[in-house]
Write a protein that binds this ligand. Structure first.
Ligand code: CA
Length: 364
């Protein structure tokens, strides 16, 4: 659609766009009002992977708009606390945020479905559910209750299972263990006898160092090494069964988004997609070297035992059944999510899994 037809469409479709064009007071058809937004991240600047997605997004928005749409990015705590971003976007005190939706499962467990649930979708499957399945449509219907429109904004891929001061030899070692664990997964850890703690990324090291917590998980080798967890806990477990493919999201205040021109809306969508791909690429490219370095410095890699994984799976499925009974939003969206997960795993077992396991056994 060219700009002239856009203006005539806007004239019939609604006053919002016309108002914006008029407010720009520019006689030239190609002039566009300058837009300035603020984005609050839930992450510290030191994490170039996860915080970096907000910068990648803002950079592309600026470039694609020829500098007319600028978004300043702010680390957690600068203008909004890490866990205050949903309230801030909902109230419109900031235009947008970049966050891990599952941090907000306390508002409604459905937030976790837009990010990661234990034994959920992997990174590829999550993107497929969002973009090609019903994921984005269903999550947007839900987020609209919070005045939010979301765009996928990165994925870490399957995470590590975290850092432990002591070995976890069986499920007994989880009883009473205080662990920083990302969002919703704490509900399952609790059912396994653990004591979950929801602590922002920038504050985990101190808690683990002081012994306020016995274990902590963040993401994977590249970020975890930066945060220095290997210095305060020797055992590094895998896999992070609660985060097989956690998606980060850009949360945008719906009024702010709807006030954008059609061009700027398209720019936001495209820039978010760039940031989405970029984050996964950074993790996949940077984790291998970091893992080697950590092991070189004495980190002890340990797989979770089968009894731990089996109990975690059983408790996760029981939790989802309970939520089906008491949370109508969850029931509706989880039904679609779990069907997609079953089909995706049926397909991946014939292709990705077989190929990956063969390749990983070769001498390369
Ligand atoms: Ca994590």
């Amino acid at each position: 659609m060219d700009r002239r037809s856009l203006i005539s469409t806007a004239g019939t479709a609604g006053a919002g766009l016309v108002g914006i064009l008029a407010a720009g007071a520019a006689p030239a058809v190609h002039a566009q009002a300058a837009v300035r937004w603020r984005l609050s991240s839930s992450f510290p600047k030191a994490l170039d992977t996860i915080y970096g997605a907000a910068e990648v997004f803002a950079k592309h928005v600026k470039a694609m708009s020829g500098g007319k749409f600028e978004i300043s990015t702010h680390a957690a705590g600068e203008i909004t606390p890490a866990f205050g971003v949903v309230d801030a976007v909902q109230q419109g005190s900031i235009e947008m945020a970049h966050t891990a939706p599952y941090y907000f499962f306390g508002k409604n467990e459905v937030f976790a479905l837009g990010c990661a649930i234990p034994f959920g979708l992997n990174s590829r499957q999550m993107s497929a559910w969002m973009y090609e399945g019903n994921g984005l449509k269903l999550m947007r219907e839900f987020y609209a209750k919070y005045n939010i429109i979301n765009f996928p904004g990165g994925n870490t891929g399957a995470q590590m299972g975290g850092w432990y001061r002591k070995e976890i030899k069986s499920v007994k070692d989880i009883k009473g263990m205080k662990m920083r664990i990302g969002g919703f997964a704490g509900k399952v850890l609790e059912r396994m006898g653990g004591v979950p703690q929801n602590i922002p990324g920038g504050e985990i090291y101190t808690a683990l160092e002081k012994g306020t917590i016995d274990a902590a998980e963040w993401v994977g080798p590249y970020d975890d090494q930066k945060l220095g967890f290997n210095k305060v806990a020797p055992f590094y477990y895998y896999p992070g069964w609660w985060e097989g493919g956690p998606e980060l999201d850009f949360f945008i205040n719906d009024k702010a988004f709807n006030a954008l021109s059609a061009e700027n809306k398209a720019i936001v969508e495209a820039a978010a997609a760039v940031a989405h791909v970029d984050m996964q690429a950074k993790y996949d490219a940077r984790n291998p070297a970091a893992l080697k370095e950590l092991v070189g410095k004495g980190t002890k890699l340990r797989p979770f035992t089968n009894d731990v994984l089996a109990l975690a799976f059983k408790e996760s499925m029981a939790l989802y059944e309970e939520l089906n009974a008491k949370n109508a939003d969850w029931k509706k969206i989880y039904a679609d999510y779990s069907k997609f997960r079953a089909d995706a795993n049926l397909w991946f077992r014939f292709t990705e899994a077989k190929f990956d396991s063969f390749m990983q056994a070769q001498k390369l």
